[in-house]
Design a protein around this ligand. Structure first.
Ligand code: ZN
Length: 476
């Protein structure tokens, strides 16, 4: 709008000027290099205007040719960059799709077209890894680690390689470097922690957990649980070194950090007992029994009985059970102690109470075994006892410490699974049942119905089963 107004004003001024010149033609006389020109002022202005236009055109043409090489170079560079990025994108798509050959081809193309090593090196490394060439990938990661802008990516790639190859010392060193560059990286913090635990650097591992909680990489509860597990392990090591005071302190700390942590309570109680503090040892067990009763706690309590007699042990267990009277583990603990003490009436009372609590047709394996013991002990009824043992064979297997990562069953709880080396994966639960397929060479008419038959197995046989866990799962 403003431009239009200015244009109109300019047009008015030009018309005004032209009218002025037409009304007053005047006379101009020029004498230069022996030439003499006589003309009017209007022709002079027209001449100056014409010459100006010619000069502007000449200047424009000259400018165009002068900048031509620069412009051609820019067009070429833009073209290369566009094609480079396209190759990079296609390479990444190929990596995601698992197409190793295409990924390598696009990586080479992108490398030729783009002058941006950080992007192309990562793609080249990923493409090499995809085609199984870890050595080539390693070289790319090393190159990346040398550059400031790709140092972290390079170290991270090398760290993953070292973990895969099982080279723990190198991995630990790389994880420390990576966490220094990026302290708030979740997966590196976890990898560093696992490596510290595996290499026995428990103090550093505890520090890594504190930092992870501070940086909000893990929540408070997870942090407390992991620290408790580490403290448990430190207690085991201190005991091994003969430092009983330290062992007790670590165990106590673990027990206080996670109040329902059965292995820590068992450990604290046993160490207190060794230190001659029987009453304190008992109170640790009583305290946890309120929230988390467990057969191993009852075993420790029986050992803490003031007299050595079986009936005294039974009374001690009875007192413990009072802290969580209606819980099935309370009844089981009393029944078990009563059977050992030959107190048949009490044993039957509590085994019947368990049957009332349990809605399943057949009680769990251990209850069937206790019933068999009772029938034999109380009534010498061998036939009834045998029936219970048969039931035990097909009943729900007893709970045990199961690794949630690999399914390994262990007699004792350990901070790290001794099979898959994963940290804190042992849970107290019923071992999974196994679904076994019928052999393939069965006659055709039999296979249809027998395929997929569920077979109940003895707990010992189910040790390596990888089937999903059953309902009764608790982390103690
Ligand atoms: Zn495992």
């Amino acid at each position: 709008m403003i431009r239009a107004v200015w244009f109109l004003i300019l047009l008015a001024l030009i018309s005004l000027g032209a009218a002025l010149v037409a009304d007053n033609p005047g006379a101009v006389s020029l004498q230069w290099l022996g030439y003499k020109v006589d003309t009017s002022i209007g022709v002079l202005f027209a001449g100056i205007f014409f010459i100006s236009i010619c000069l502007a055109i000449v200047f424009r043409v000259w400018f165009f040719f002068r900048n031509a090489p620069k412009r051609i170079g820019k067009v070429r560079r833009d073209w290369r960059r566009d094609r480079g990025y396209k190759a990079l994108t296609q390479g990444m798509v190929a990596v995601a799709a698992g197409d190793a050959q295409e990924a390598r081809r696009q990586a080479r193309k992108a490398e030729n077209l783009l002058a941006e090593p950080p992007l192309t090196m990562l793609l080249s490394a990923q493409a090499a890894q995809l085609s199984g060439d870890e050595k080539a990938a390693g070289k790319f990661f090393e190159k990346m680690a040398e550059r400031k802008d790709t140092k972290y990516l390079g170290i991270h790639g090398m760290l993953n390689q070292a973990i895969q190859e099982g080279d723990k010392d190198v991995a630990l060193d790389l994880a420390e470097q990576a966490i220094e560059l990026k302290p708030k990286t979740d997966n590196v913090s976890r990898a560093l922690f696992d490596l510290q635990v595996q290499s026995g650097n428990l103090e550093e591992a505890e520090e890594t957990i504190r930092k992870a909680v501070k940086d909000k990489l893990i929540d408070n509860d997870t942090g407390r649980r992991r620290r408790a597990v580490i403290l448990y392990q430190r207690s085991v090591e201190a005991e091994g070194d003969g430092k009983l005071n330290d062992a007790l302190n670590f165990a106590r700390k673990a027990n206080n950090l996670v109040p329902g942590f059965v292995p820590a309570a068992v450990r604290t109680s046993r160490l207190l007992q060794q230190a001659g503090k029987r009453r304190k040892a008992a109170s640790v067990i009583e305290e946890i029994w309120v929230t988390n009763p467990h057969p191993q706690l009852a075993e420790v309590m029986a050992e803490l009985s003031s007299g050595g007699g079986e009936q005294e042990k039974m009374r001690t267990i009875e007192k413990l059970a009072n802290y969580n009277k209606d819980h099935v583990e309370s009844h089981v603990a009393i029944a078990k102690a009563a059977l050992v003490a030959g107190m048949w009436q009490e044993a039957r009372e509590h085994l019947e109470a368990i049957a009332d609590l349990n809605s399943a047709e057949i009680p769990s394996a251990r209850i069937c075994r206790y019933m068999a013991e009772l029938e034999e002990g109380e009534n010498s009824d061998i036939e009834a006892s045998r029936e219970w043992l048969k039931k035990a064979a097909i009943a729900e297997p007893d709970s045990a410490w199961n690794c949630s990562s690999c399914g390994q069953v262990m007699a004792e709880w350990e901070p790290v699974c001794n099979h898959c080396e994963t940290f804190d994966t042992l849970e107290w639960r019923t071992p999974p049942r196994v679904t076994r397929l019928a052999p393939v060479d069965l006659p055709a008419e039999n296979t249809g119905e027998e395929l997929g038959e569920t077979i109940d197995m003895e707990p010992e046989q189910e040790i390596d089963a990888g089937a999903p866990p059953s309902d009764e799962t608790t982390k103690h």
